[in-house]
Ligand binder design. Structure first.
Ligand SMILES: Cc1ncc(COP(=O)(O)O)c(C=O)c1O
Length: 409
């Protein structure tokens, strides 16, 4: 049984029934949000019940839109660890630094959360074929969950899509296209194909349920901190859905009385210098983002020149007193190595960008050394091997070539 009550346009307030397929009511970044019967939830569900649920995001089933969570399209996604980071903490002089490691998800990124929950709900609502555009990781996740759900998925992937995502999409049987056109056009191509063939457009923020899956990152962070919020969340931001979702989770947990109502976690958006439309708009005091024209960016998840959630994320940045920071590709790749060497966490460059951003935020006095800080590592480094250059290794032809403890290898 679901406590889902209706869908609501987050800015305009227009309401829609939740028992049929529904795309966004208007273009231009207005978000269609799932709303729940909070009164009844408060009466009937306690946070202690959650702890008895499965070790996946489906432990939050009462706060998710599925009528039949027992039939969820699931591969065991979510409930990823919130790791302490003792070596980095020592190096940076921090007291409470955590890494939420989304690399443990089935396809290797946090995108599995949105795919699991949205596929579950869309199958309940009888969705036909689904179509969307993706720089790679979402396409991979949706292909795998569509296969699990028995739904056809059409993926329009970026020209520079990385090998693992392309393989996941194609091996899972999604109809996989690589877009040979400026990436800015791919959303319009999806909309036109959806219209022409009667498919359901599941692009970022085109439907309400992907957000519902991703918000579970926010629930988990709070539950793992003993039902408290962190002080600061660093998020590697592309389309902005992940960060919007985490802050929706915080709002919902406050409304339920499961976390303190006066807690006010801040968001720090981290983007690459070569695609930073949100950082630019925030610094310029704008209410909306403008398209970033000259993309110069590592292939992967931060390729979003016109972030669908741009307006909403600027609102969250201002409401929470947050910050927006750019890092270079090199800083991000250096941070991949630092996370691996110091903490044993093999992060994707997008996730590692949050560590590079944290260092800048510390230099600029944007975060305090006593604050409780969470870095979102949004995916596994295994998804991005091609970005990481040639690995350092020595040649061994016999045991004599192997350096002893006092020799330099
Ligand atoms: C690994 C990774 N990190 C971060 C992002 C950005 O997430 P969002 O688009 O929700 O801002 C993406 C999106 O593709 C991604 O694949």
């Amino acid at each position: 049984m679901s406590y889902l009550s209706h869908l609501e346009c987050a800015s305009g307030g227009a309401r829609f029934p939740a028992d049929r397929l529904q795309n966004n009511c208007c273009d231009g970044g207005d978000i269609l949000e799932a709303r729940y019967d909070m009164e009844r939830l408060r009466r009937e569900v306690r946070r202690e019940d959650i702890a008895r649920g499965p070790s996946s995001l489906w432990r939050y089933a009462p706060l998710l839109p599925a009528n039949h969570p027992e039939d969820a399209v699931t591969l065991g996604e979510g409930w990823t660890p919130l790791l302490s980071a003792p070596a980095l903490s020592r190096e940076l002089g921090l007291r409470h630094l955590f890494i939420k490691d989304e690399g443990r998800n089935p396809s290797g990124t946090f995108k599995d959360r949105g795919a699991s929950v949205a596929m579950t709900r869309l199958r309940e609502l009888g969705a036909p074929t689904v179509i969307h555009n993706s720089s790679g990781n979402a396409g991979a996740a949706w292909a795998l969950y569509a296969a699990r759900a028995g739904i056809t998925c059409v993926n329009l992937l970026a020209e520079d899509v990385l090998g693992p995502s392309l393989q996941q999409s194609s091996l899972a049987g999604a109809r996989t296209y690589v877009v040979h056109a400026p990436w800015q056009q791919s959303g319009a191509m999806v909309a036109e194909a959806a219209e022409r063939h009667g498919w359901f457009n599941v692009g970022t923020l085109r439907e309400p349920y992907r957000l519902e899956g991703k918000k579970t990152m926010g629930y988990e962070i709070c539950e793992q901190l003993g039902w408290e919020t962190p002080d600061v969340v660093f998020y590697p931001t592309g389309g902005a859905l992940g960060a919007i979702a985490i802050f929706k989770a915080f709002r919902e947990l406050k409304a339920l009385g499961w976390i303190r109502s006066d807690s006010n976690p801040r968001l720090v958006v981290v983007q690459y210098e070569g695609c930073a439309p949100i950082v630019r708009a925030f610094r310029d005091g704008k209410d909306d983002v403008e398209t970033w024209e000259n993309l110069d960016i590592l292939p992967g998840g931060l390729k979003s020149p016109t972030p669908p959630g741009g307006r909403a994320i600027l609102g969250i940045l201002r409401e929470t007193g947050g910050a927006a920071i750019t890092v270079s590709s090199k800083e991000s790749l250096d941070a991949v190595q630092e996370l691996a060497r110091l903490e044993g966490v093999f992060a994707c460059p997008e996730g590692a960008a949050t560590l590079a951003g944290l260092k800048k935020a510390l230099d600029d006095g944007l975060v305090g050394r006593d604050e409780r800080i969470v870095l979102l590592n949004t995916g596994s480094g295994l998804k991005s091997i091609a970005n990481m250059g040639k690995p350092a290794a020595h040649v061994a032809r016999s045991a004599e070539d192997i350096a002893g403890p006092d020799e330099t290898a």
